[in-house]
Design a protein around this ligand. Sequence first.
Ligand SMILES: Nc1ncnc2c1ncn2[C@@H]1O[C@H](COP(=O)(O)OP(=O)(O)OP(=O)(O)O)[C@@H](O)[C@H]1O
Ligand SMILES: [Mg+2]
Length: 361
Amino acid sequence: MSPRNRGGHPGRAAAPAAGDVSLRPILGASARMQRLLRLVSRVAPTDSTVLVLGESGTGKELVARSLHVLSRRAQAPFVAVNVGAIPEALMESELFGHARGSFTGATAERMGLVEEADHGTLFLDEIGDMPLPTQVKLLRMLENGEVRRVGENTPRMVDVRVVAATHRDLQSLVADGRFRADLYFRLNVVQLDLPPLRERREDIGLLASFFLDRAAQKQRRGRLEFAPEAMALLQRYDYPGNVRELENAIEHAVALTEGGEIGPHDLPAAIRTPRMLPLSGVPGAPSHAFGGPQQAPPEPARNAEADTRPLDVVLREHVLAALTRHRGNATAAAKQLGISRTTMWRMLKRWGVSRSAIKGS
Ligand SMILES: Nc1ncnc2c1ncn2[C@@H]1O[C@H](COP(=O)(O)OP(=O)(O)OP(=O)(O)O)[C@@H](O)[C@H]1O
Ligand SMILES: [Mg+2]
């Protein structure tokens, strides 16, 4: 950290120093993760802005770090910023820096996080929380590489690759006027969608074994294994907290278990006694697994007068509810909706629901 920048940034994630971003593997045997991994290695060496979307705990930050490590910027800083954690009043000076005396408390000049990421990668997490005035400044930076510190007149040039992430539906934020459309399109040059874990159950076993070995090593335990009943519970659970929840569950189990085997009773209660989940973990979440052991009931109809959601969101929910009602049978759902199967597939493709998640494909 530069001497002009003591005091710490509130939104800055605890990130390793430049050139020290360890490459943790992104595991995934499912077709969707394999496709994503191919995309990550193809996009990483380019300077394209990348938008990473996915529910909480799906690996958005892991993907952002991999994009950095696999790029020509790997030896320069990776600066992770949690936009949602920065108080709005401090947002501009945190990101773009400030001149001495530019506001009360600005006792020294300070470089912003964007300048800190010069020649490297700036990871803007929870980009959907960025206030509109800051969005304008960010857009300018993306378009001509210029940043202006608060209280200064002359812009400075920076060379920064931006990776942004959010678990929110940016398109509906745009529709609501809370996110600038021009910035959305500028960020969305390449979009990487991280599927929820319940839509790629093939990956559960692989991830569980990996986390088991890692936790056993960390907690200095000998070789541990899963009892078949414990593995069956892990395979069946819906993971609203996705990979992070699986990782924590296994650390929990390793800490509790006494023998060399993880039994069902070592797992967290949520996994031992799975509950019914609503149609989607996040409002407007793009996709859902069908045919799993816990069928979600369709969402209740909303009050039409208060319903200000964009048509595409309503349509998506309606179609997914029909699919759920028909237990993932696309032919039956399309018939009930009065549309052709082709139309249905086209819509599902647009929303990122893979054919493999649906029966009758
Ligand atoms: N495919 C994967 N392979 C291995 N580990 C993974 C994978 N996906 C996620 N993880 C691990 O799960 C945890 C959560 O991942 P990460 O922090 O990247 O999620 P996130 O999408 O940024 O979540 P949030 O939206 O809550 O910030 C991390 O410890 C990460 O290393
Ligand atoms: Mg994250």
